[in-house]
Design a protein around this ligand. Structure first.
Ligand code: XMP
Length: 348
């Protein structure tokens, strides 16, 4: 097996051989585990010649920017600048309702915003499965035209890019990144956070994200839901939990008043079950299962299916009451009970 301390030392050596003493390195932090661990590792190797950028694209969760900046600065001492491009992003997304088009626009904006400075190297938190996923196995006849959704943070860098890539996690699986994160003293609460999609709340506001105060409403609903999940001590038993804003209004009665307000949906799923080998599934939904035999890594392909997480009745009552009493413009809460497949985890 691999010892994570050795992997770390080896990676630091590789980075130091690659990056000259006067070279500068840029890293776009997403707030996720992978880019954070990658940046922390590179920082350990080259110190403040690393320049991190955190982009607030206006599609982040409630107080996400403040929360992650605090972790970066206070806990990890990373040199990080926060760039607010909310207006630029939202103006590009105005009027766009097609889910794939939304994803494509976000991918394009993301790249333009993070490059264009002078550094020689660019850090990416690419994992081993990302490397495999972005090149379908030979003989399957599968290409990217088969994708159900385009994941913007896989590949996607312009071909004429002058920066050289540093991908220190390229040989690691997710569980190994978590181990490495622990060695690098990334806070445990940060490492345990539910995954959050690159396109952010844009895929959780159905339709035009700029309409009806949707992003703000969604942030409030999501925060109440997640906070109650944490209070109930079930956060770690859930793979992913979030709210979805629907561009639909329904009739309700609040106080003595008839209301015509928005409907939100809640979704919580359990960690995927490895179910069947590929053949019937889209390539993007095939995951790799690691096997190590005599120190060599083999890959076995499976699809990962998720089920809904079953909440207690009292918990749900509490959530609904809190949402309807505290979030203006919402008078109905629906619970998504669908598994994956046939649904995907995200609604768009
Ligand atoms: P789906 O919705 O495809 O989601 O069942 C599977 C997992 O991937 C996440 N997801 C994304 N992550 N960029 C990401 O970084 C994306 O474009 C993206 N789309 C979905 C989703 O949250 C879930 O964990």
């Amino acid at each position: 097996g691999w010892k994570m301390e050795d992997v770390m030392d080896e990676e630091i050596k590789v980075i130091n051989n690659m990056v000259g003493p006067d070279d500068h390195v840029i890293c776009a932090l997403s707030g996720g585990v992978d880019s954070t661990v990658a940046a922390t590792l590179v920082h350990k190797a080259i110190g403040d010649r690393l320049h991190c950028v955190f982009v607030d694209n206006g599609l982040l969760r409630y107080k996400e920017r403040e929360r992650v900046m605090e972790t970066f600065e206070r806990d990890l001492h990373l040199p990080v600048t926060c760039v607010d491009v909310t207006e630029q992003f939202l103006s590009k997304l105005k009027g766009v309702v097609d889910p794939e088009l939304k994803r494509k626009i976000i991918g394009k904006e993301f790249i333009c915003n993070n490059l264009g400075k002078k550094p020689v190297f660019f850090v990416q938190g690419t994992l081993y499965p990302d490397v495999i996923e972005s090149c379908p196995p030979p003989g399957t006849g599968r290409t990217h035209s088969h994708t159900i959704k385009s994941h913007h943070n896989v590949g996607g860098l312009p071909k004429d890019m002058k920066l050289k890539l540093i991908e220190p996690l390229k040989l690691l699986f997710k569980d190994e990144v978590l181990q490495l994160g622990r060695i690098l003293t990334v806070p445990y609460s940060f490492l345990k956070r539910h995954p959050f999609p690159g396109p952010g709340l844009a895929v959780r506001v159905l339709g035009d994200v700029t309409e009806d105060n949707a992003l703000d409403t969604l942030r409030q609903v999501d925060e109440i839901f997640i906070q109650l999940i944490k209070d109930a001590g079930i956060y770690d038993s859930i793979w992913q939990a979030f709210a979805v804003f629907l561009p639909v209004k329904s009739v309700g009665v609040q106080g003595d008043q008839r209301t015509h307000s928005h409907v939100v949906a809640l979704r919580a799923v359990t960690k995927g079950l490895i179910t069947r080998s590929y053949g019937s599934h889209d390539w993007l939904y095939l995951k790799q299962f690691k096997l190590e035999i005599l120190g060599r890594r083999l890959l076995v392909f499976y699809s990962i299916d998720s089920n809904m997480y079953y909440f207690e009745r009292e918990f749900l009552d509490d959530v609904v009451q809190k949402i309807c009493n505290n979030v203006r413009g919402v008078n109905r809460v629906a619970l998504d009970i669908t598994s994956k497949p046939p649904s995907t985890i995200e609604w768009e």
